[in-house]
Design a protein around this ligand. Structure first.
Ligand code: EPU
Length: 336
């Protein structure tokens, strides 16, 4: 393993932000990861797919880029398969591999940017499915003790874009692999999400396969979400806020068309994209950065933007949403 110095992280973050890592190492085995950590570098920064972070400054640390590759079958019976993927596998490539084998469960999560190892951190989710629905366990290395630990589903405290790795164990573990429980037959299809139903109709598909669902999801995502290879972005920049029912009722009198999802008897989730659009930000461009024109939840770097400017825009959006709707929206993306 070689340590390089003063390396630009532009190719390694989907926002395409040009910040410099003081030191950088690409990690391709758990052994070399342990060896590097044994040498007790002063400060380390763990980089996975770089798809959920806004880099606002240079990284004055050793960046460990987790590039552990490999997919293997742990066990299988007639109906299910247990598949293990190493952390550095690209998420969408893994989804496509599963579809090729006709393994069901993650087709709704097609085209999500990022790597397998970071998927559990924020319990990635889309179109009615979350990672936790198929997550069996993950292996992770304790940065201080260098002991490996297996976390099962309950250990991870998964919630909406949440897990133990973002809270109690933040910065304590490096996920090295994730194991999934997928179906081989009798796949459970999740087609109730509105956009999927209509996309399947567009495609004239009445009896969808998991491959059809993936195709529908890919079409929907491509029509709304910018491809990071063309326009830098980190997907949804904010989480959808959950508010009290009474607060929602008040808003509904002012904005009768406000979309909502019931979370519990007393709580309602409101799409942040709608709030941001209503506040007038959708499609607004500020030189090198702005708010995506087709999905207001996504902030974009048109090229050459500074992470600090994007952060300032995010703060302005948060303040405006608080002023108009009295709702605090939280960032989904990690601010570095
Ligand atoms: N909406 C607007 N204007 C917009 C965007 C959305 O009015 O600019 C409205 C839509 O019309 C719809 C509602 O908001 O009524 C929901 O929109 P959408 O279906 O696009 O989903 P979302 O809540 O904005 C979430 C996830 C996405 C995921 C989609 C589909 C979060 C923070 N985001 O977005 O995840 O792909 O649902 O399941 O939960 C991501 O996390 O990076 C991500 C892209």
């Amino acid at each position: 393993m070689t340590i390089e110095h003063n390396i630009s992280l532009k190719p390694y973050n989907t926002f395409g932000l040009d910040v410099v890592a003081k030191h950088y190492a690409s990690i391709d085995s758990v052994e070399s990861l342990k060896d590097t950590l044994k040498s007790k570098p002063e400060d380390i920064f763990i980089l996975g797919g770089g798809s959920n972070m806004l880099l606002t400054k240079d990284i004055d640390a050793l960046v460990l880029h987790i590039n552990l590759k490999g997919i293997s079958i742990v066990s299988e019976d007639e109906t299910h398969v247990i598949v293990k993927a190493n952390a550095g596998e690209n998420w969408h490539d893994f989804v496509l591999w599963c579809l090729q084998q006709n393994y069901g469960g993650i087709e709704n999560l097609s085209l999500i940017p990022g790597n397998v190892g970071t998927a559990p951190m924020q319990n990635i989710g889309a179109y009615g499915v979350e990672l936790k629905d198929v997550f069996q366990s993950c292996e992770a290395l304790n940065i201080d003790t260098l002991k490996e630990r297996t976390f099962n589903n309950e250990d991870c405290n998964f919630g909406y874009r949440e897990s133990i790795f973002k809270h109690e164990l933040k910065g304590k573990y490096i996920i090295t692999s994730v194991t999934f429980r997928l179906t081989k037959t009798n796949h459970t299809l999740h087609t109730s999400y509105g956009a999927i139903t209509s996309e399947l109709e567009n495609l004239n598909i009445t009896q969808p396969t998991i491959q059809d669902i993936s195709k529908a999801v890919i079409n929907i995502r491509q029509s709304k979400l910018p491809d990071p290879n063309d326009i830098g972005n980190s997907g949804s920049f904010f989480k959808n806020p959950v508010i009290d029912k009474s607060h929602f009722e008040e808003l509904k009198t002012m904005f009768p068309e406000i979309p909502s999802y019931v979370v519990s008897e007393t709580q309602i989730k409101v799409p942040a994209g709608w709030l941001i659009e209503k506040a007038g930000f959708k499609g607004k461009r500020f030189g090198k950065y702005g708010v995506h024109s087709k999905q207001a939840l996504v902030l974009v770097n048109y090229g050459g933007a500074d992470g600090k400017d994007i952060l300032n825009l995010a703060r302005l959006i948060q303040k405006t949403i608080l002023r108009i709707f009295n709702i605090k929206i939280e960032t989904e993306v990690n601010i570095v």
